[in-house]
Design a protein around this ligand. Structure first.
Ligand SMILES: CC(C)(COP(=O)(O)OP(=O)(O)OC[C@H]1O[C@@H](n2cnc3c(N)ncnc32)[C@H](O)[C@@H]1OP(=O)(O)O)[C@@H](O)C(=O)NCCC(=O)NCCS
Length: 160
């Protein structure tokens, strides 16, 4: 894959991000069960200062977002990430995470964890996070329910 760029998100990314969020291979590892275009627009509007996208051929093909801690947690942040299923395994997630690390370091963040946990059956993500230097902090028993099946969560953390 030739070069892609990482930039802040805008409402123009709503359709591409909404398509990605609703892809089965992406949505099965998210807490929310799909998203309408309106939901995605509201999400972008709410977090766009903290929302990076990877753009390829003029289209957003991945996103990473973060939320800063406050008060005694002000040195911490949590994050979420997803890459369009058609573009997995091409280094986009790694570039997004490294851009996120740089932005958070510049804000004085020293501890980063995932929003909630990682689905324990999300082997790709767990391998991805391990390669990026995250460590497992603990298991969240039956944290998620997909259909009638409980799935554990894995809390991960990385110091910046
Ligand atoms: C997890 C995710 C963000 C990774 O993004 P990506 O752009 O595909 O990842 P990269 O190409 O940067 O991969 C970097 C490394 O992660 C690991 N990795 C990525 N996909 C993997 C897979 N399917 N199986 C095993 N390891 C994998 C590898 O170590 C890889 O390094 P390598 O290419 O040298 O082997 C992406 O798979 C995704 O969006 N998944 C669906 C949504 C999701 O699970 N989000 C996270 C929720 S916690």
């Amino acid at each position: 894959m030739s070069a892609f760029l990482v930039r802040k998100a805008s409402l123009n990314d709503a359709e591409a991000l909404n398509e990605m969020i609703n892809q089965a291979a992406v949505n099965m590892y998210m807490v929310r069960n799909g998203s309408s275009l309106k939901d995605t627009c509201e999400f972008i509007q709410r977090v766009k200062e903290n929302l990076l996208v990877a753009e390829y051929n003029g289209k957003a093909v991945g996103q990473a977002n973060y939320e800063l801690g406050t008060h005694k947690n002000a040195h911490t942040a949590s994050f979420g990430i997803a890459v369009n299923a058609g573009c997995h395994g091409k280094g986009i997630g790694t570039v997004l995470m490294n851009a996120l690390f740089d932005e958070l370091r510049a804000k004085g963040v020293t501890r980063l964890e995932s929003h909630g946990g990682v689905f324990a059956d999300n082997k790709a993500a767990l391998s991805f996070y391990t390669k990026l230097g995250f460590k497992v902090e603990g298991l969240q028993h039956k944290a998620y329910k997909r259909g009638n099946t409980f799935v554990d969560g894995v809390r991960i953390v990385r110091f910046l």
